[in-house]
Structures are given as structure tokens and as C-alpha cells.
Design a protein around this ligand. Structure first.
Ligand code: SME
Length: 155
């Protein structure tokens, strides 16, 4: 029987904890986190990170098709999540003003800010799906936990 989303996230969190216990190199940990989520939730189309550099987000470790390199603060879903300091769940990307279409196949997405121990936003976790309305409060709850765990390696 296929596992439901909640059980998949519950199984992934301990794996993420052990990844973080064994390594504290940011790019290495983000790369394996993207792989863990992308493989675990096999309906994700693009799973990855953008990292804050100055006034923009720069592409970080990810799984999926080629994506845009840089996103200005306040632009698109990623830049808006950073500016607003909150998770954004977008059921239909075409209805999101200023959405940046890295792929025309992306239909819905969730973006979660990644904060360090001083509560500064250092990047975002961005996940896209080719299905409309693919993300809900379960994704928000667990992906925010993922970002809180990752915060431990952001000093
Ligand atoms: N759709 C995002 C851009 C990043 S890609 O989807 C990987 C946005 O509007 O922020």
C-alpha cells in the first residue's frame, strides 16, 4: 500500500536529522536534503534551495530541471517569501503576480524561508509540482520543520 504524505514526511525527518549530525558543510547538507525530499516525495518536479546573497537569491543545491540563477528580493514566489518572511503556498502559479516561470510545466509551489540561529533569513526551500494545488498544510508543517532543522547548520 502506498504511504501517505504524512507518513513519508515522518519517515524522512529522522533521516534528515542523521544527515545533519554527520556533516555541517552547508552546500553538502542542502544537496542531500534536496535529494532526500525529491526522492522521498516522488511527485515533486523541482526541489531545491536559493541562498541569500546581498539583495538577491542565488540558485543553490537542487534536484530537477535547470532553473534561473538569480531572483531579486520581492520577485516571484521565492523573492516574495523572503521579503514577507513567511511560507507561501501557491496552488496555481499562473495566478501569482510576478511568478517566475523557470519551467512552463510548473503548476503549483511551496516556498519556505530558511532562517539561521539569529532568525535571519539565509535562503529559501522551493518545491514545485506539475499538478495544480499539490501542496497543503501537511507540506507546510513538515517543510517548516525541515527548515528549522537546517537552521542548526546556518551560523
Ligand atoms: N517559480 C519560482 C522560481 C524558481 S523555480 O520555480 C525553480 C518563483 O516564482 O519564485
Amino acid at each position: 500500500m502506498a504511504m501517505n504524505k504524512e507518513s513519508i514526511y515522518q519517515a524522512l525527518l529522522p533521516q534528515l536529522r542523521s544527515l545533519i549530525e554527520g556533516e555541517d558543510h552547508l552546500v553538502a547538507v542542502l544537496a542531500n536534503t534536496a535529494a532526500l525530499l525529491h526522492e522521498g516525495l516522488d511527485h515533486f518536479f523541482w526541489t531545491g534551495f536559493y541562498l541569500v546573497e546581498g539583495d538577491e537569491l542565488v540558485l543553490g543545491p537542487f534536484q530537477g530541471p535547470v532553473a534561473c540563477f538569480r531572483i531579486k528580493r520581492g520577485r516571484g514566489v521565492c523573492g516574495s517569501s523572503w521579503q514577507q518572511g513567511q511560507t507561501l503556498v501557491v496552488p496555481d502559479v499562473e495566478l501569482f503576480p510576478g511568478h517566475i516561470a523557470c519551467s512552463s510545466r510548473s503548476r503549483s509551489e511551496i516556498v519556505v524561508p530558511l532562517r539561521d540561529g539569529h532568525d535571519r533569513i539565509r535562503g529559501v526551500l522551493d518545491i514545485d509540482s506539475t499538478s495544480p494545488a499539490a501542496f497543503d498544510d501537511t507540506d507546510r508543517k513538515y517543510l517548516e520543520q525541515v527548515c528549522r532543522l537546517l537552521g542548526q547548520i546556518l551560523r
